[in-house]
Design a protein around this ligand. Sequence first.
Ligand code: KIV
Length: 256
Amino acid sequence: MLTSLADLPLKKQAGERVTVLTAYDYPTARLLDEAGIDLLLVGDSLGMVVLGLPDTTGVTLDMMLHHTAAVRRGVKRVPVISDLPFHTYDTPDQALANARRLIQAGADAVKLEGGVPFIPQVRSIIQAGIPFVGHIGMLPQSVVEEGGYKKKGKTPAQAEQLIADALALDAAGACAIVLESMVPDVATEITRQVKATTIGIGAGSGTDAQVLVTPDLIGSFPWFRPPFAKARADVASEIQRAVKEWMTEVTAKTAS
Ligand code: KIV
């Protein structure tokens, strides 16, 4: 069980897998912390699974600050990573100013999407002493620009680019790198080459850590679940069952 991001390299050296889940609110954060999860991510996936937006591009910094603060109130031990949302890190100065706001709201580390082109932003965050997590592969904030969610690393050129991105983030000092929706062999190779902890999602089992969007794992967002995410509970049905049972009891009393 992790208590500090500083322990990530020890876990990697020992070959111990790390578990990461998303949280967006106080009760979920508290339950996951008490369950022993290693890391929590206040992901901008909150746009879809909490706020009903079509993708992550409508998520604002204010939304992330609000949810990061709620998650912070719920945790005693587990380190919290928060996402810098779309267009909040266009320049190194903007990235640093917004990363500082997420840290003030309660994050222990910040994450942004992108590789080589974003190294100036990454350096500005890390040089200010803020722990940083990279994110490469399929980038949800680029979904509109790219015309959909597409698996990465299928061609040799794409694989080379992903490895170059990962090495650049590693050299800049990222403590971890999310590898999203990429060919498993590429994710395994990146994991072998970098010092940072790789956190896979839809990238096979060869990464140092695995992350899931919690509503996918617990079945609380039944309208969409990515094929690689196995639901291990059916919270949506359980909510509806409890609600219907209570409605039946209330309406039966009204009638008598
Ligand atoms: O926003 C998010 O939940 C994420 C994960 C999918 C890694 O970035």
